[in-house]
Design a protein. Structure first.
Lengths: 564, 345
């Protein structure tokens, strides 16, 4: 048998690689590796692909951007007209040149900025997916932490990035950073000097942020992304509950060729969408703001969306919290909103997997995801934190709310101050009730089947709606979960009345566990289903024709002319 | 029926009751039977899917070529319109080139590649007991080879030297980062006795007579833009100048003599986190910081009436020189801007 030339060349290449790096073993291990399929698994991919787009477009930008705060006058013959002759830093001037005199420069700037917003949005929604489906449970707690760090690094990358053009909008953002830094007790003014190389604004901050933005932070992100993905391979991907899915398998399609095409293609889709956004949607047109100057500021100024929660936190804090002790000033009106509130919210998020593990007392591995309704406490907690963050972001836009809806800024701010405490409680409670309600609904459906909209009249004259029972596959999705019970602890004293060591810790764990799992709905058992069948027979008529001859039929959407 | 035993089992495993013989939990029914797609059973549907994918690839290729042609055909000729057109051409070309390719690949995968679900086994992360024992033994052997347990002095020396080794890197780095570390600069601004107030940014000195009631100026020390560290000085020295009806002011206020005939000068740097307090509400005499909405009442010593700031804006004492120009009586009597630990020391 003769082989074609390409096939021979491929064979030779394969042999070359295998004899040098053992490629056949890698192919054997990974080529047909199975990944499960679900749209929500694409969120993390969007983050990853946005990051690649950021690296590509960012590299383009570094070719032309000058990270210098040296003051120059913008040329009289260069676009835009409004900036001609204006005194500005080289950073700002090179941003203008990049936008107006470099072909494709404006496009790359806009793609870069949109990609940064998309990157953070994808990270946050990906985190929400992980959180609400319980994908962070053992063995993935460490990867949750890696992801959390990536989110924080994303914030830093975004902030250092949009501050680079040295425009008046981002400059005021830096000034706020300076003000917050100065508020740190004892070391505040030194910390400010440390960041700015002396007094604000100085001439060092742009080059320093440039190094952080193009080297340190992306380097860390790249390293952590590698760890993040490596751990996904080690753990194998989680899967949604469903027929055939267990904690011992992974069901889906092979990497080659299906995910090569789907995930690979998706990179191009993300890039394409970002490119179209950069082509058609103007973003951060810095020439409208002007170069940084410590005196002007624009009204309605806002940071990029992922920093809004911090801005809102700062805005709604009442000033009275600042105090002086022993002659030293402690500006709690800055420390609480800028450090303590985000610290608590983000800290709770980062540590949540470990807190839940204590409450559950569960040491098993979990690879099948939870449906959010089946974990009411977690879902409610997540929604409460999310609602708080959204509320803070809205508070960061209180001036825009005021101008757009002609409301008093003071009333809005005061409302947010109340909501800060009320909203998490209310959203927690409502979400938990919704979850429990949905679980009860699932039980109903399993026990009595789905409503068909078909009404039949029994021989006795009674009208009933026909319920269609679930098949085994449908049913499994609704009953294949566990409802953890609160931990039970051994008594404080043993049989001889000796106080047990570790009792207090155990009782703390039990109390935490009660908070998590006191309210729960157990999945339907086969016995319950059998019981429902036997006493509620008329509810379960398959198709409505087997046992009882219908005397009248009125389908909901297809009334065929029967009138009573 | 004991329900306590269920949590020990993995989800997806039916648990049989001990004596009843009935299931306590449902059993996982296994994979849903595969449902073939149109393209699996209908050759013309498969052909159609192939044509659709090829069309998308073709759109992608055309768009990519179009963008490159646009790069060479559209010059940037010093008009905003040319910048716009170039941006749009390159962006739409790049976007469609990418999008077409991606959609084609995904369409191919979804319609023509096998969608029969396959199963991989999972294995616990935990190593087997033998592996663990082996690992422990290896570590023990290694530790024994190193002799660290028998030589405590060596242990201490390693830790000590390792802790100190980074210092020659860290100390110069941190030491240089803060410049001259002279934080006392935060206490002073460029205002001196007799220094004229000038309009920002034109640097024109201001006559008291030219300031009408109800007006507001952004002000800096005259000639500041020619000085060294202009931006740093400006960041501290900017002032808002307002004139109110003198009857609105309390004549017996502590610093009544810091104003001149209803003309008041306050630091423009917010005492919250340092944004410029740039908005003035003439009717209420309120200065408003656009960043976090701290509101200051200029007729009441710029005290805070709302928002996250605690302290009033520092007031610059002003007077009028022989030629009728506004001048400072001296520097602010407190540090301007956001609070810091030692600001009152």
């Amino acid at each position: 048998m003769s082989t074609s030339t390409p096939a021979r060349a491929a064979g030779a290449t394969a042999d070359f690689l295998d004899t040098r790096i053992g490629a056949s073993k890698l192919v054997k291990e990974f080529a047909r590796k199975i990944f499960p399929d679900h749209w929500s698994f694409l969120l993390g991919e969007i983050a990853l692909y946005s990051f690649i787009v950021l690296l590509l477009s960012g590299t383009f930008l570094t070719m032309f951007f000058v990270p210098s705060m040296a003051e120059i006058h913008y040329p009289e013959d260069a676009l835009p007209v409004t900036m001609q002759g204006v005194q500005m830093s080289e950073a700002f001037a090179s941003t203008l040149k990049l936008s107006f005199a470099v072909k494709g420069g404006l496009l790359m700037r806009q793609i870069h900025h949109w990609a940064a917003l998309m990157f953070m949005a994808a990270i946050v929604t990906h985190m929400l997916r992980i959180f609400f489906t319980g994908a962070f449970r053992k063995p993935r707690e460490l990867n949750w932490i890696v992801g959390f760090l990536l989110m924080v690094l994303g914030l830093v990358a975004g902030f250092t990035g949009y501050s680079l053009p040295d425009d008046v909008l981002s400059g005021n953002g830096l000034r706020i950073t300076d003000g917050i830094t100065k508020g740190v007790p004892i070391i505040g003014s030194y910390a400010s000097f440390l960041i700015f190389g002396g007094e604000f604004p100085g001439v060092d901050i742009i080059p320093r942020m440039f190094t952080a933005h193009i080297l340190v932070v992306p380097g860390l992100i790249l390293a952590l992304v590698a760890v993040h993905l490596m751990l996904v391979v080690v753990h194998k991907h989680t899967q949604y509950p469903g027929p055939g899915r267990t904690n011992k398998n992974v069901v889906g399609f092979p990497l080659f060729p299906v995910y090569m095409a789907k995930a690979g293609g998706f990179f191009f889709i993300v890039f394409g969408v970002l490119a179209l956004m950069g082509a058609t949607m103007s973003i951060n047109a810095v020439w409208n703001y002007g170069p940084y100057d410590p005196s002007p500021v624009s009204a309605g100024a806002q940071p990029d969306w992922y920093m809004l929660f911090l801005e809102g936190s700062l805005r709604m804090m009442p000033g009275q919290a600042e105090f002086v002790v022993g002659g030293f000033t402690v500006p709690l009106n800055v420390i609480i909103p800028a450090m303590i509130v985000p610290g608590i919210l983000l800290g709770a998020l980062a540590l949540y997997p470990f807190i839940e593990a204590i409450a559950t007392g569960d040491k098993r591995e979990h690879h099948v995801l939870d449906r959010p309704r089946n974990v009411p406490f977690r879902t409610a907690f997540g929604v409460a934190v999310l609602a708080e963050l959204i509320m803070l972001a809205l508070a960061g836009s209180n001036d825009l709310i005021a101008t757009h809806f002609s409301l008093s800024i003071n009333d809005i701010t005061n409302t947010f101050r109340v909501l800060f405490f009320v909203l998490p409680v209310v959203t927690f409670w409502i979400t938990k009730r919704i979850c429990l309600g949905l679980q009860r609904r699932d039980r109903e459906i399993v026990l009595h089947g789905r409503e068909t909209g078909t009404i039949i009249r029994m021989a006795t004259g009674e009208y009933v709606e026909v319920h269609k029972p679930l098949d085994d596959f449908e049913r499994w999705t609704l009953v294949g979960y566990e409802a953890p019970r609160p931990r039970e602890i051994e008594p404080a004293e043993d049989s001889r009345g000796v106080r047990r060591k570790g009792y207090r810790l155990d009782s703390f764990k039990a109390a935490l566990s009660r908070v998590f799992y006191e309210d729960r709905i157990e999945p339907v058992t086969p016995a319950e289903l059998a019981a429902a069948h036997s006493h509620g027979e008329h509810d379960m008529l398959p198709g409505g024709t087997d046992n009882v001859e219908p005397t009248a039929l009125a389908g909901s959407g297809q009334d065929t002319g029967h009138t009573s | 029926m004991s329900s306590k035993q269920t949590p020990a089992q993995g989800a997806g495993v039916g648990v049989r009751g001990r004596d009843s013989g009935t299931l306590e939990r449902f059993e996982n029914p296994g994979l849903h039977p595969h449902k073939p797609r149109q393209a699996d059973i209908n050759a013309s549907a498969a052909k159609r899917a192939e044509r659709q994918a090829v069309t998308l690839f073709a759109i992608s290729a055309l768009a990519s070529v179009g963008a490159v042609v646009g790069y060479f055909m559209i010059p940037l000729d010093q008009t905003v319109a040319s910048v716009r057109l170039s941006n749009l051409t390159l962006g739409v070309g790049l976007g469609l080139g990418m999008l077409g390719f991606g959609l084609a690949a995904v369409h191919w995968a979804k319609t023509l590649m096998s969608d029969v679900e396959r199963i991989d086994e999972r294995h616990d992360q935990r190593g087997s007991d033998e592996t663990r024992a082996e690992a422990v033994q290896l570590l023990k052997d290694g530790a024994a080879d190193s002799g660290i347990a028998r030589r405590p002095l060596l242990k201490g020396a390693v830790v000590g030297a390792l802790a100190l080794a980074p210092l020659p890197f860290i100390v110069p780095l941190v030491g240089n980062l803060g410049g001259d570390w002279d934080v006392s600069k935060l206490r002073h601004t460029a205002w001196r006795k007799g220094r004229r107030l000038a309009i920002d940014p034109t640097d024109t000195p201001i006559r008291a007579a030219d300031v009408t009631v109800g007006s507001i100026f952004s002000v800096m020390p005259e000639g500041l833009s020619e000085e060294e560290h202009y931006l740093e000085e400006k960041a501290k020295a900017v002032v808002v100048l307002v004139r109110v009806d003198p009857r609105e002011l309390d004549e017996n206020a502590e610093h009544a003599d810091w104003a001149y005939d209803g003309i008041l000068a306050f630091s423009k740097i917010c005492t919250h986190v340092g944004c410029p307090v740039a908005l003035y509400e003439q009717q209420t005499h309120h200065l408003l910081c656009p960043c976090h909405q701290s509101t200051f009442d200029v007729t009441d010593g710029a005290k805070v009436v709302f928002g996250p700031a605690k302290r009033p804006l520092p007031q610059l004492p002003i007077a009028v020189d022989d030629e009728g120009y506004l001048v400072a009586q001296g520097d602010f009597d407190e540090p301007v801007g956001p609070s810091f630990w030692e600001r009152l020391k």
